[in-house]
Ligand binder design. Sequence first.
Ligand code: ADP
Ligand code: LRH
Length: 488
Amino acid sequence: MEKKVLAFDFGASGGRAMCGTFDGEKITIEELHRFSNDPVILNGTMYWDVLRLFFEIKQGLIKAKKCGKIESIGIDTWGVDFGLIDSEGRLLENPVHYRDSRTEGMLAESFKMIDKQKFYEITGNQFMEINTAFQLLYLLKNRKDLLDRADKMILMPDLFNYFLTGAKKAEYSIASTTQLLDARKGQWSDEVLDALELPKHIFPEIVPTGTKVGELTDEICTELGLDKIDVMAVAGHDTQCALVAVPASEEDFIFLSCGTWSLLGTELAEPIINDKSEYYNITNEGGYGRKISFLKNIIGLWCIQESRRQWIREGQEYGFGDLEIMAKEAPSLRCFIDPDAPEFTPAGDVPGRIREFCRRTGQPVPESIGEVVRCINESLAMKYRHAMEEIKDCTGKDYQTVYMVGGGTQSALLCQFTANACGCRVSAGPVEATVLGNVALQLMASGDIKSLGEAREIIKRSQDIKIYEPQNTAEWDEAYERFKKILV
Ligand code: ADP
Ligand code: LRH
């Protein structure tokens, strides 16, 4: 018998509600509702437009009525962001977006409170100033009043789950992006919380990935004219949903979740936390079945998204497909950026900053749109190779294939460049990995899919996967040596 579930995915490139149907063999997905997910800047702070997004969830629920019986709902978002709830359950202020500049300097502040090595040794997380730990530290130092009024800190997917059900929980995968978990125990680290002087009572109970959190509240059922529906803690962290949809059968593989961010890594049974992984700043994040994703966060297609927005501001509007055609015609392997250089993180004139980076590092300066897009794509592919070498060095394993999933797999150019740079086969797809993983995790929570392996097999036979073989590797190897010299 067919089962239908509803997946909500909140990415920087947009939000969507998708109906997933499982017929026992395959999963199909149908888009019901798509909406933008733009942050709003007010008085110098960049916020999540959280109430509008909750309105969009309600629209999704209304539109899902046409699908017939919906068994459950699952929500995923990007990592690290949160809302604060007071003792009466009211949201205190709008959640702030991680691209807000408030965390600048907080990494250095934290190292005055906890030894850097100890911090990494416990959490196993890549140090990134956007992490929840540093957002909370900002509040401690600058908005103590707000922190004092907080009864719970609830991460974004859990916050939507709370709005839907009233349950205040912390799903494990999203909690593992905070830099506040003990990576080995999968629980909030008392030692880190104490050192950072964060109030322990605000951290909710951690629940495993792929379990039920509650049911729609009576209020929502009445308002929308719905029967009770289960709400599942899928992987609240979008990256971990995407990982469930990686069509790999082998135990050791490299995945590349390629959307606004690029997450390149491998799946492990236990975290790797040692001097080498700390030196490379590799993160250990948690997923379904307490599996560990040992990965590098790379800034990713954000650079193309933000360049596109800049060109629109300058009066030149192109779609991603158009940009790809222009990049294809531009000359190859002329200049590179380090996509993770700090100047590329904030919104703004990314093409201008790319030109400045190339000028400063003595490289040819990309002038046309095609040249800039080519430079971003080639630099990302080189960065993937670099991350893959670091991962290999830590695991001591070799990998034959890079499994690329997510919106970025629609760029044939990026897939081919990745194969060329890494010198290995790229398997590209599914595009909608996050949604497929979200759907599969709901079906795992209900017991309809029995294991991660089974979920991956189902998704593999449900989706078209494209294969790219490496080309011109000698030329790419030579260029990689030049790339390494401009890394920040
Ligand atoms: P998010 O992480 O925000 O959920 P997605 O997985 O939806 O992101 O991927 C969005 C990215 O996919 C865009 O920024 C763009 O670079 C890329 N993309 C989308 N459509 C195309 C296309 N037709 N051609 C090339 N790239 C595309
Ligand atoms: C990708 C992602 C990534 C990081 C970042 C903030 O969407 O979730 O894994 O956590 O966003």
